[in-house]
Design a protein. Structure first.
Length: 194
């Protein structure tokens, strides 16, 4: 089974992430940010990747460090579980509707960490008590950097902030699940490595 466990400890956070790429989308998530935990559960369920996260951080300051470092640890864990990336689909994409919101995401597990993020939240004061929606971009920036993959996320439209956020994470999940799936072949690159 393609799996990995990452432990990341800094003066600001302590995070443990475990992933199983060939799982059933089961999750055990414990972070001090309820909204982040909810989004990680969605990411696991809709990608088919088993994800365990335990995160502690200096949320007395704000949740920024915890969110960013969780993204970095999760990307690193998935990258480690992929190994040489031999025999994977490599590419994944999804157009996903969540009520009135629609988000389109494409993933390329290219070995290069790039985030393209075109998402605006229309109601800035409508947010969870423990989370600012701007932190989604911080999470994804750290995630794509350590995943070493290109992730393009484009919100087509949406009115409700929560629905927009869910459409982002669920479309990412569907794309990622497709990209990590096994094809049983060579490294999917004419260069011979990713």
């Amino acid at each position: 089974m393609r799996s990995s466990e990452i432990k990341r400890k800094t003066s600001e956070t302590e995070i443990r992430v475990k992933v199983g790429l060939d799982g059933r989308g089961e999750s055990r998530i414990c972070t001090p940010c309820g909204f982040l935990s909810h989004m990680l559960e969605q990411l696991s369920r809709h990608s088919g990747i088993d994800i365990e996260v335990t995160a502690e951080g200096d949320t007395r300051v704000d949740p920024h460090h915890t969110v960013e470092d969780t993204g970095a640890a999760l990307g690193e864990a998935i990258a480690e579980a992929l190994g040489e990336r031999r025999g994977i689909e490599r590419y994944g994409w999804a157009m996903l509707a969540m009520d009135e919101a629609r988000c389109d995401t494409a993933v390329d597990l290219s070995g290069r960490g790039v985030l393209v993020y075109n998402v605006d939240f229309p109601v800035p004061w409508d947010r969870p008590e423990d989370f600012d929606y701007s932190l989604i971009k911080e999470f994804l920036s750290a995630f794509t950097r350590t995943l070493r993959g290109a992730v393009h996320i484009n919100l087509a439209y949406g009115e409700n902030n929560h629905h927009i956020a869910e459409s982002v994470f669920k479309s990412l999940a569907r794309s990622l699940g497709q990209a990590v799936s096994e094809t049983g072949g060579e490294v999917p690159s004419t260069k011979g490595s990713l």
